[in-house]
Design a protein around this ligand. Structure first.
Ligand SMILES: [Ca+2]
Ligand SMILES: [Ca+2]
Ligand SMILES: [Ca+2]
Length: 459
C-alpha cells in the first residue's frame, strides 16, 4: 500500500510548505479555539466500467463521469479533541466542467488504491453528502461533507457525476500541492479550555461524629468556570459536588482520615488536590467497670461503719462509686465510705458499685457488717477548764470538755458521772435538766466528782 501520507496537522514535513500558504490557520487543536485541521488524502484512485478490472491508483489524475467512472478517496483523521463543527473536502480541478460531481460516503475503508477496480469497488451511499457544482480549470473546489465526518477515524468518499465528459481532478501522485484535502474545524466551545482550576483553599474539617466528618473549602477559580469538586478519602473518590462543602459518612469511630479535594472545569481539567487530616469522634464507651472487690469494714462506732474496697478497673476510667446500705443508695465517693446514722449493735448489708463517665455501672458488691455494740453501764464525762475543749467528746481526761455549757446540755442517764478537774475555776451555775447538782466529793487522780445522775434521771 502506498502510504505517502502528508499530514499538515502538527506533523507536516518540508514538502508541505506550500500548504501553509493555502491553509494558514492549521494548527494544534488543543491550544486554539475553533481549531482547523487539514488532512492530506491517504489514498485516491478511480474505477471505470469500460475497464472493470483495471486499477488507476498510480495515475496523476482522478476521473469522474457518467460512463461511469467513479473516484475514491480516503482520509485518516486524528488529533481531534472535541466535537467537529464542520468538514470540507477540497479537490483541485484540472479541467473545467459545467456539471461537477457529487460526494457520497463509503463505509468500507479497507480498499487499496493499487488494486481497486470497478469490479471490486465498494458501494457508495445513496445519500449525496454534497455537490461541487461547476468546476473551473486549475482551481480548488470545496464540498461540505460535515454530515459524513464526526471526529477521529478513517473516512472514504466516492465521487460520481452525471457529466458525459470526464471530470479531471488532481490525484496525490501529481504532487502534494494539489492533492485532495479534508479540512476539519473543531467546535469552538469545547476546544478552548486547557487551563485547570486553582486548587481549593482553606480546607476545613468540622463536626465530627462517630461515623462522619463535614468538610468545607474556599472556592477555586478557573478561566471558564468551576464545574465541581471531587472529594477523596485516603485517596479514594467518595463524592463529587458543585458545592464548596461535603459531608463524608460511613467512617469508623476514633479514626484519623486523610481527606483531599480537587476542582474540575467543564473540560475536565483538574486542579491540584488540597488535603487535610481529621478524626472521627472517639468510639462510645459501652463497657462497664469491674465490680469492686475486697469490700471490708475498716472501722465502726456504735452509730457508723467505715467500709473500704479495692478500686475497680475500666476500659476508659472509673468515674466513681455508688454506695448502698440495705439496698438504699446513700452517696458517691472514692474507695471508702463512712456510713453514719446507724443504730448501735446492728448488722447491715453494705453495697458498692463502680460507674464510668459514660454511665456504665458495674455489678454491685455487697457484704454485711455491724456497728459497734451499744454502750452499757454508767458513762463518765470529763470537764477541764484549762486543757479541755467543747469540741471534744468529753469521754476521757484527754478529751475533756472545757466550759459548763457542755455538761449543762449533755444527755445524761441515771448513774452517769461528771468529773471536774481539781483546782480549776468555772463561773456560772452547773445545771442539768432542771435540777442543780447537789453533791461533790474528792476522788483520786486529781478529779472532782459532782453528784449522781439518779438525782435527775429523766430524759
Ligand atoms: Ca492515487
Ligand atoms: Ca479551565
Ligand atoms: Ca467503660
Amino acid at each position: 500500500m502506498n502510504k505517502k501520507l502528508v499530514g499538515v496537522c502538527g506533523r507536516f514535513a518540508v514538502t508541505a510548505v506550500a500548504l501553509i500558504i493555502l491553509v494558514p490557520s492549521a494548527g494544534r487543536a488543543s491550544t486554539q479555539s475553533g481549531a482547523v485541521h487539514t488532512f492530506a488524502v491517504q489514498a485516491d484512485t478511480y474505477v471505470s466500467a469500460n475497464a472493470p478490472s483495471k486499477s488507476y491508483g498510480s495515475q496523476p489524475s482522478l476521473k469522474v463521469e457518467r460512463m461511469p467512472k467513479i473516484a475514491y478517496l480516503r482520509f485518516a483523521v486524528s488529533g481531534i479533541a472535541g466535537p467537529v463543527s464542520g468538514a470540507t473536502l477540497r479537490l483541485y480541478a484540472l479541467r473545467s466542467n459545467s456539471t461537477g460531481f457529487d460526494v457520497r460516503g463509503v463505509t468500507n475503508n479497507s480498499w487499496s488504491e493499487s488494486s481497486l477496480n470497478y469490479t471490486t469497488a465498494p458501494p457508495a451511499a445513496q445519500q449525496v453528502a454534497g455537490s461541487s457544482g461547476r468546476l473551473t480549470a486549475s482551481a480548488w473546489t470545496s464540498i461540505d461533507v460535515s454530515s459524513l465526518v464526526s471526529g477521529n477515524g478513517t473516512y472514504s468518499f466516492a465521487l460520481k457525476s452525471s457529466s458525459s465528459s470526464s471530470i479531471v481532478l488532481a490525484s496525490k501522485e501529481r504532487g502534494s500541492a494539489t492533492a485532495a484535502q479534508l479540512v476539519i474545524t473543531e467546535a469552538t466551545a469545547t476546544s478552548a479550555d486547557t487551563t485547570p482550576p486553582s486548587a481549593p483553599t482553606n480546607l476545613t474539617a468540622s463536626g465530627p461524629t462517630t461515623n462522619s466528618i463535614s468538610l468545607s473549602w474556599s472556592a477555586s477559580t478557573d478561566d471558564t468556570g468551576i464545574a465541581g469538586y471531587r472529594v477523596y478519602r485516603d485517596g479514594t473518590l467518595v463524592t463529587s459536588t458543585a458545592q464548596t462543602s461535603a459531608s463524608v459518612s460511613g467512617l469508623s469511630c476514633g479514626t484519623s482520615y486523610g481527606f483531599a479535594v480537587e476542582a474540575y472545569d467543564a473540560a475536565n481539567n483538574v486542579s491540584q488536590r488540597t488535603s487535610k487530616s481529621a478524626s472521627t469522634s472517639s468510639c462510645p464507651d459501652t463497657t462497664a467497670p469491674s465490680a469492686p472487690t475486697s469490700l471490708v469494714k475498716a472501722g465502726s462506732t456504735s452509730s457508723s461503719v467505715l467500709m473500704s474496697w479495692a478500686a475497680s478497673t475500666d476500659n476508659v476510667g472509673v468515674a466513681g462509686y455508688t454506695v448502698y446500705v440495705d439496698g438504699t443508695r446513700v452517696g458517691n465517693t472514692t474507695t471508702s465510705y463512712n456510713f453514719t446514722g446507724l443504730a448501735c449493735g446492728m448488722s447491715y448489708t453494705f453495697g458498692v458499685e463502680a460507674y464510668d463517665a459514660a454511665g456504665n455501672v458495674s455489678p454491685r458488691t455487697t457484704t454485711s457488717a455491724s456497728t459497734s455494740p451499744c454502750p452499757s453501764g454508767p458513762r463518765t464525762y470529763y470537764v477541764d477548764s484549762v486543757g479541755g475543749s467543747d469540741l471534744n467528746a468529753g469521754t476521757s481526761d484527754t478529751s475533756a470538755w472545757k466550759t459548763l455549757a457542755k455538761p449543762n446540755t449533755a444527755s445524761l442517764a441515771p448513774g452517769d458521772r461528771l468529773l471536774f478537774k481539781r483546782g480549776d475555776v468555772w463561773t456560772g451555775e452547773l445545771r442539768h435538766a432542771g435540777g442543780l447538782v447537789r453533791r461533790a466529793r474528792g476522788r483520786p487522780g486529781g478529779w472532782l466528782l459532782l453528784g449522781r445522775g439518779r438525782d435527775h434521771g429523766h430524759r
